[in-house]
Design a protein around this ligand. Structure first.
Ligand code: UDP
Length: 240
């Protein structure tokens, strides 16, 4: 699998279809693997945090989730030309799961949200087998782990925000014995209808960040990293 590296963090040069093919391979092989979504914010955080950097690089697949990663690849002469967003990948994995009979477990978000999202997904993909649902504000971690083990899913989606969900996944993946684990951030809030996503045109133009900025202005600090990130990528390429 071809991976590019930006400021020490790996990103897979795969499009959506290629990621989905990898998902099939992972489930076939049954060796616990996890998918992480990479955006400039995470890469910048990982600059100051070696543990986080190692964790991101230890994933089997790092999807190019942010438009900033695509721009970085273009500037760097890389091969990444389209985003593979966490939410789109999650929805596509659910579609594949419904066709291939993979069992899905959803963990995360506020009480009731995952149930609502599961209903939406089951209506969209007939036959989707969601074997377990739990919210992300549990007290007894052992109980959650035992429930997942008992239900024995092929895919576990964890929606507890980043990097909390990624630390939770890596800490527990060996004992859970689930082939595919993936952190999905706020996806359940969107799928359940609690939060609206940017209109498709804005998404296609790479302007989802602008929509979120208007809707959730307090996120501006998180987004301000983009120009700094791109400058650093250019510096790494041309100033050695
Ligand atoms: N969340 C959770 N448990 C926690 C903290 C957060 O289940 O202990 C959920 C929260 O309800 C929300 C999601 O994790 O559904 C985080 O969404 P956000 O958009 O902040 O995550 P990001 O995509 O930015 O990582």
């Amino acid at each position: 699998m071809i991976k590019e590296n930006y400021l020490g963090v790996d990103v897979c040069a795969l499009n959506m279809e290629e990621v989905l093919d990898e998902v099939d391979n992972i489930i076939l092989q049954k060796k616990p693997s996890f998918i992480v979504a990479i955006n400039p914010e995470k890469i910048m955080k990982a600059q100051k945090d070696e543990n986080l950097r190692n964790l991101l690089n230890s994933a089997s697949i790092q999807i190019p989730d942010g438009v900033g990663v695509v721009i970085a690849s273009i500037l760097n002469g890389g091969r990444i030309r389209s985003r593979v967003t966490g939410i789109d990948l999650m929805i596509n994995i659910c579609e594949r799961a419904s066709k291939k009979g993979y069992k899905v477990y959803i963990l995360g978000a506020k009480p009731g949200v995952a149930e609502k999202a599961a209903k939406v997904l089951k209506n969209k993909f007939l036959g989707l087998n969601i074997v377990g649902i739990k919210d992300g504000y549990f007290k007894d971690e052992e109980e959650v782990i035992n429930d997942i083990k008992e239900k024995s899913p092929d895919i576990l989606f964890v929606a507890m925000g980043s990097p909390k969900q990624e630390y939770w996944i890596t800490r527990n993946m060996e004992k859970l014995n689930v082939p595919l684990l993936m952190g999905i951030g706020g996806s359940l809030d969107v799928i359940s209808g609690n939060i609206k996503r940017a209109p498709k045109l804005m998404r296609n133009l790479g302007l989802e960040w602008l929509y979120r900025l208007i809707k959730e202005p307090w996120r501006y600090k998180r987004m301000a990293v983009l120009p700094v990130f791109l400058c650093k990528v250019l510096k790494e390429r041309f100033v050695r």
